[in-house]
Design a protein around this ligand. Structure first.
Ligand SMILES: CC(C)(COP(=O)(O)OP(=O)(O)OC[C@H]1O[C@@H](n2cnc3c(N)ncnc32)[C@H](O)[C@@H]1OP(=O)(O)O)[C@@H](O)C(=O)NCCC(=O)NCCS
Length: 160
């Protein structure tokens, strides 16, 4: 079986303004209600946010945006270019985020995910996230809405 390339060493770095075009292309290709450019610019300008890209030939193929407030980390956005999905990139990014949060003595990581997004929920569960709530009609979906599932990863519970 071919070796899964995953994230190559040195391929994760902080997101820069120059990455925004490629990041927006990934966002539009993967999200039902994509963030716009100002969303990403606000994140880049906020000292409490961590914005990372995974690159191939210095071109972003995935990104992760976290906010870190007191002892809580929030996963705000994560996406992998369709052509690079299912290679372990999102898993590796989140595993590193969990290790970093632990190292900084944080107690919990929160995220929200569309109720219909079963692939992402499966990924989060495999990393130790569990459902902790539901926001009714939180996301737009066509002419209607869909619920957000709230998930948490308790960093004191011995996961990963
Ligand atoms: C969700 C997403 C970030 C996963 O990225 P990825 O790099 O492809 O994920 P990984 O390769 O690390 O997959 C890890 C696990 O996630 C689950 N998973 C990922 N994609 C899946 C799919 N299409 N179907 C079912 N399970 C899937 C599997 O459990 C997988 O483990 P496995 O490959 O050993 O079975 C990616 O599919 C994506 O960008 N989706 C669109 C944006 C999005 O939904 N973001 C999350 C918003 S909350």
């Amino acid at each position: 079986m071919a070796t899964d390339p995953g994230i190559l060493p040195g391929a994760v770095r902080d997101m820069e303004q120059e990455d925004l075009e490629a990041v927006l292309a990934i966002e539009k290709a993967t999200q039902l209600t994509p963030w716009s450019s100002p969303h990403f610019r606000d994140c880049l300008g906020n000292a409490n946010y961590l914005c990372q890209v995974v690159t191939e030939n210095d071109e972003p193929v995935a990104f992760l945006i976290l906010s870190r407030i007191l002892d809580e980390t929030h996963v705000l956005n994560i996406a992998v270019s369709p052509a690079r999905q299912r290679r372990g990139i999102a898993r590796a990014l989140l595993q590193q985020a969990i290790r970093d949060a632990r190292a900084d003595a944080m107690s919990v990581i929160y995220l929200e995910v569309r109720e219909s997004n079963l692939p992402a929920q499966s990924l989060y569960r495999s990393l130790g996230f569990e459902v902790c709530g539901l926001r009714k009609n939180y996301y737009r979906l066509g002419d209607g809405h869909e619920n957000a599932v709230l998930m948490q990863c308790l960093l004191t519970s011995g996961h990963k």
